[in-house]
Design a protein around this ligand. Structure first.
Ligand SMILES: [Zn+2]
Ligand SMILES: [Zn+2]
Length: 204
C-alpha cells in the first residue's frame, strides 16, 4: 500500500482514537498510518490470530442477533476471507475454498458475504465493473483505490487528508459520517508503456 505524507498539524489534531491506537501500535507518528514498521512473522501471526478471534466473536454476536444458525460453513467462509489478502470476487472465494477441499455451497458463500458486508467485517466495491469485489475490513487501515481502466489493476493508497475532508464535511453539513468510498480511475504506467510500444508515434 502506498502512503502519502500528510501535513503534520492537521493529522495529529484530527486523529481519531482508532488512529491514535494505530500510532501507538507502531504506525508512523507523522501520518498516523503504519508505514515503516514491519512486525516479525511470529508477532504478525499472533496478531492475526487475535484479530480472527475478535472477528469470530463479532460475527457470532451478529448471527445471534439476527436469529441465524452458527454453522461451520459460515465460519469457514469468514476464516477464508481473513486468510486472503487483497480484493476478490465471489467466484474467486468459492474456487479458493473448493481448492482447499472445503465443502460450501455457492448460495452460502453469497449470503454469508452479504451478512459480513452488512456488519462491516467485509467491504464491497464496484470498481467500475459489474462484478463486485470484496476485501476484509476489520482491523485493516482505511484506504482508497486507484483502478486501471485497461488492465483493471487495483492499487490501494492511504492519505489522511481524505479523513480530514470526511470529518470537515460531516461537521459542516451536520452529518455523522459512517464511511466513504473513493475510487480514482486512470491508465496505469504499464498499460501506457505497452500502448506506446505498440504505437510509437502517438503520445503516451
Ligand atoms: Zn493497466
Ligand atoms: Zn482495498
Amino acid at each position: 500500500m502506498n502512503t502519502f505524507p500528510a501535513p503534520k498539524p492537521a493529522a495529529s489534531a484530527t486523529a481519531t482514537p482508532a488512529e491514535a491506537a494505530g500510532q501507538a501500535a507502531g504506525g508512523s507518528s507523522e501520518t498516523g498510518y503504519a508505514a515503516g514498521h514491519t512486525p516479525s512473522a511470529a508477532s504478525q501471526a499472533s496478531l492475526n490470530t487475535e484479530k480472527l478471534d475478535d472477528v469470530r466473536k463479532l460475527f457470532t454476536a451478529h448471527l445471534e442477533n439476527k436469529g441465524l444458525r452458527k454453522t461451520g460453513e459460515r465460519y469457514a467462509i469468514l476464516e477464508e476471507i481473513y486468510a486472503r489478502s487483497g480484493h476478490f470476487d465471489v467466484e474467486e472465494l468459492y474456487a479458493g475454498m473448493k481448492e482447499r477441499g472445503l465443502q460450501v455451497s455457492r448460495a452460502t458463500v453469497y449470503n454469508t458475504l452479504d451478512l459480513l458486508v452488512e456488519q462491516g467485517l467485509v467491504s464491497k466495491h464496484q470498481f467500475g465493473r459489474n462484478l463486485a469485489q470484496y476485501e476484509k475490513s476489520y482491523g485493516y487501515r482505511q484506504h482508497d483505490h486507484v483502478i486501471c481502466t485497461e488492465c483493471h489493476k487495483v492499487v490501494e493508497f492511504c492519505d489522511p487528508r481524505i479523513h480530514g475532508i470526511q470529518t470537515m464535511v460531516g461537521e459542516l453539513l451536520n452529518f455523522h459520517i459512517l464511511h466513504h468510498s473513493l475510487n480514482l480511475y486512470g491508465i496505469c504506467g504499464d498499460c501506457r508503456a505497452q500502448a506506446a510500444a505498440r504505437n510509437p508515434t502517438s503520445p503516451a
